[in-house]
Design a protein around this ligand. Structure first.
Ligand SMILES: Nc1ncnc2c1ncn2[C@@H]1O[C@H](COP(=O)(O)OP(=O)(O)OP(=O)(O)O)[C@@H](O)[C@H]1O
Ligand SMILES: [Mg+2]
Length: 259
């Protein structure tokens, strides 16, 4: 079964008004179970809109979104996915542990279960010793990791991430990329990851989906088949071929296969 199935999706904001914006036009996208797909494209092309449609935070104008065979609405109610956006979006008055526990609370887990699961997730992102801290006491990268831990706490089959590492320095970013890949591999999570970075998209993804400027459409889908996802991968010929293919697709140059 597909993790996400998007069919003929169109999103028009302020339809019929003078400030009407066609943000997405006729988008078809399938994310397979366990697949890591990045969305890349120029600013304003509709990447966040597509993610928000999948998360059922906004409704499509036409077309459908299916998450693991269910409607986007049903998937949201069942918390079938975790979300991590550019801003960590933590609750300042809750400790790190209590932030990660929140989705578990919403699911009605007992206090002991919540604590055990949240602690396990914090361990996974390397923040166990900061469980009792408040978000303001953490660096931006650490806050981002808390947001990722929170998104993963319910072990969602699907993770939706909108430039989660956008504001981080290169070294922190690379470390979190590796951590994220480790977590996804360990949990079998399917991921839709929005980024502006070609190298990040290629390094993380099984497939890079390239979008065009408004109205947003998918113009290319570039498979990445790196043998490993370590430092060596960043130096491999296939990595550079994929980076070039994505760059060409972003420029609108007719595409030859990346492989
Ligand atoms: N709530 C809204 N009301 C009206 N227009 C909107 C709304 N949200 C987004 N848009 C418009 O839809 C288009 C796509 O926006 P979106 O945020 O999806 O772009 P993006 O690809 O995520 O850009 P960026 O890379 O800058 O984050 C833009 O033209 C934007 O102005
Ligand atoms: Mg965006």
């Amino acid at each position: 079964m597909s993790a996400v199935l998007v069919s003929s999706l169109t999103k028009i904001f302020n339809q019929g008004r003078t400030d009407e914006v066609v943000a997405l036009s006729d988008v078809d996208l399938e994310i397979k179970s366990g697949e890591f797909v990045s969305l890349i494209g120029p600013s304003g092309c509709g990447k966040s809109t597509l993610l928000r449609l999948i998360a059922d935070l906004i409704a499509p104008s036409t077309g459908t979104v299916t998450v693991a065979g269910k409607s986007a609405d049903a998937a949201r109610r069942e918390q079938a996915y975790g979300i991590a956006f550019q801003q960590a979006g933590l609750f300042e008055w809750r400790t790190v542990l209590k932030n990660v526990e929140l989705p578990l609370e919403l699911r009605g887990l007992s206090k002991a279960e919540r604590k055990a699961k949240a602690s396990e997730m914090l361990e996974l992102v390397g923040l166990a010793e900061f469980a009792g801290h408040y978000p303001a006491q953490l660096s931006g990268g650490m806050q981002q990791r808390v947001a990722i831990a929170r998104a993963l706490a319910v072990r969602p089959p699907l993770l939706l991430m909108d430039e989660p590492f956008g504001a981080l320095d290169e070294m922190t970013r690379e470390r979190l990329q590796s951590e994220l890949l480790g977590i996804c591999a360990q949990t079998g999570t399917s991921t839709v990851f929005v980024t502006h970075s070609i190298s990040e998209a290629v390094f993380l993804s099984d497939r890079v989906v390239v979008m065009s400027a408004r109205p947003g459409r998918i113009t290319a889908s570039i498979p990445v088949t790196l043998d490993s996802r370590d430092e060596a991968a960043r130096q491999s010929p296939h990595y550079f071929e994929c980076v070039t293919a994505v760059r060409q697709a972003l420029r609108g140059t007719p595409l030859t296969s990346a492989s």
